[in-house]
Design a protein around this ligand. Structure first.
Ligand SMILES: [Zn+2]
Ligand SMILES: [Zn+2]
Length: 226
């Protein structure tokens, strides 16, 4: 079943010239899409959605320069490892290697943008109905990806996304720049950063040794022929 959606006739199209709050952002849409294309390797509908989602997140938090003067303000949680995630990373400057991009593998086209300075956070999710909205807006374009790429540039944010203010409890050890003591696992003797150990029987264990059945890998025993 399709989700209920607004008929296209009721959609107020996004007019960058009239929307002062986002005008500076929207002028950047083409530029940001270009950068996303370079980073991701191709331009696709998911990229457009990701760029729009990240721009909306920044706008809602009043973060105008996430990769420049505001670069220490933003932490972004993403809920899927797909095209949109790369675009979100390009727009926000939040990267896994900077501890500013957090991945929760929920398979959802959604992201939460956290302003660590104010503690405010907004979660934005792509609507299921956005594909149908693209179909209604550009039925003349047969190629689905081309149709969605164009429509996702043009459709207003409330047609593309749902959004809501949320609270994100971020421990000190989640923040970029957190300095932790390094622990060593009592079983495998591998180093553990950022307090990611489990204490059991007075010993510090890594996740792999504390929960061997939940490991994402299993060691392979190589048997030599005698
Ligand atoms: Zn892609
Ligand atoms: Zn271990």
């Amino acid at each position: 079943m399709c989700q209920p959606h607004m008929p296209i006739s009721e959609i107020v199209f996004f007019n960058p010239a009239l929307a002062c709050a986002y005008s500076s952002c929207m002028q950047n849409l083409d530029e940001l899409l270009k950068q996303a294309e370079i980073a991701h390797g191709h331009l696709c509908a998911g990229q457009v959605l990701g760029v729009r989602m990240a721009m909306l997140g920044c706008a809602r938090l009043g973060i105008s320069d996430p990769r420049g003067k505001d670069r220490k303000r933003l932490v972004t949680f993403v809920e899927i490892d797909r095209c949109a995630t790369d675009a979100i990373s390009v727009v926000t400057g939040c990267r896994l290697g900077k501890r500013a991009l957090k991945f929760r593998d929920w398979g959802k086209m959604a992201a939460t943008f956290v302003d660590v300075e104010t503690g405010r956070a907004v979660r934005i999710c792509a609507r299921e109905s956005s594909k149908e909205a693209a179909r209604q807006l550009h039925p003349e374009i047969e190629n689905k990806n081309k149709r969605q790429m164009l429509a996702y540039r043009e459709l207003p944010e409330n047609i593309l996304f749902t959004e809501g203010w949320v609270r994100v409890a971020l421990g000190q050890n989640e923040f970029p720049g957190y300095k932790s003591d390094r622990a060593v696992c009592a079983i495998c003797e591998e180093g553990i950063n950022y307090d990611r150990y489990i204490v059991r029987g007075g010993q510090k264990l890594c996740h792999g040794c504390a929960f061997p059945e939940a490991r994402y890998y299993q060691p392979i025993e190589i048997r030599r022929a005698e």
